[in-house]
Design a protein around this ligand. Structure first.
Ligand SMILES: [Fe+2]
Ligand SMILES: [Fe+2]
Ligand SMILES: [Fe+2]
Length: 262
């Protein structure tokens, strides 16, 4: 028996209602089993109910997370798949009533525990984790042009990230190449603007900035598209993490100082 308390609330009505429905289904089957109801009927209700739930609810939850670019989406998809794998090939064929009773009670117990851990540990965090690609206030330099261009660089990287984790696109190579080219072009465009602006301000740190920008250009030039084709996910994940760390570190450590000498 699981009791749906406020601790289970994600604050998203659709998701909360579906969680509530599943928990009450599990509880009702559990009660009827204890009351000695027909194990075959209850067992089938449980399996069908779980399959139906997995198809409908996980899709709803994942598309909600996608709509808000929740960074935990990839992890959630993996967890949901584990749930689906557990029930997909399950059947009670060839079992006598006694073994089937044990199997149904075991499954109820497993699913109740899984669900409780998953809702409390993962689902309640939906919408509450800040994406590393979110252009938050701490990155603002106070110079409008630079801020809007930085925001655009963050957006491109967020799109690369979404593409890496989009399992439905089997071969993402062309799109990845396109995005990396876009990142390359826009980086040149932005560094040019930024350097021009610093020249106008007679900014004392211009040379150091140019040097830093050159390091980033080199890094972009070193991207090996053959590797992208080989092991897309691992290579791109490392690359993106590096680029993102570099850019955020550069903005916080260097670009934010430009404003002081305006
Ligand atoms: Fe979930
Ligand atoms: Fe910059
Ligand atoms: Fe810069």
């Amino acid at each position: 028996m699981i009791k749906f308390t406020d601790d289970f609330l994600t604050g998203i009505d659709l998701i909360d209602n579906e969680h509530r429905q599943l928990i009450s289904m599990l509880n009702e089957i559990n009660d009827r089993m204890l009351d000695g109801a027909d194990v075959r009927t209850e067992g089938m209700k449980l399996l069908n109910g779980l399959r139906d739930y997995a198809a409908r609810h996980f899709a709803d939850e994942e598309s909600y997370m996608e709509s808000i670019s929740d960074p935990e989406l990839a992890g959630q998809k993996k967890a949901h798949r584990a749930f689906v794998d557990r029930i997909e090939h399950m059947n009670f064929i060839g079992m006598n009533d006694e073994t089937m009773t044990t199997a149904v009670l075991d499954l109820l117990d497993y699913m109740s525990r899984w669900l409780m851990h998953h809702i409390l540990g993962s689902d309640t965090l939906i919408g509450k984790t800040v994406s590393p690609f979110a252009f938050t206030d701490k990155y603002k330099t106070g110079i409008e042009l630079i801020d809007s261009e930085h925001q655009k660089l963050f957006d491109i990287m967020a799109r690369v990230d979404a593409l890496i984790h989009n399992d439905e696109l089997y071969d993402r190579f062309d799109q990845i190449v396109g995005l990396i080219n876009e990142l390359n072009d826009y980086t040149h465009f932005h560094f040019n603007d930024e350097e021009k602006l610093m020249e106008e301000y007679h900014y004392s740190g211009l040379e150091a900035q140019k040097k830093a920008h050159r390091i980033f250009y080199d890094e972009l030039d070193r991207i090996d598209l053959d590797q992208v084709d080989d092991d897309q996910e691992a290579y791109l994940e490392d690359l993106l993490k590096y680029l993102m760390n570099w850019l955020s570190g550069h903005i916080l450590g260097m670009d934010k100082k430009i404003h002081d000498e305006r």
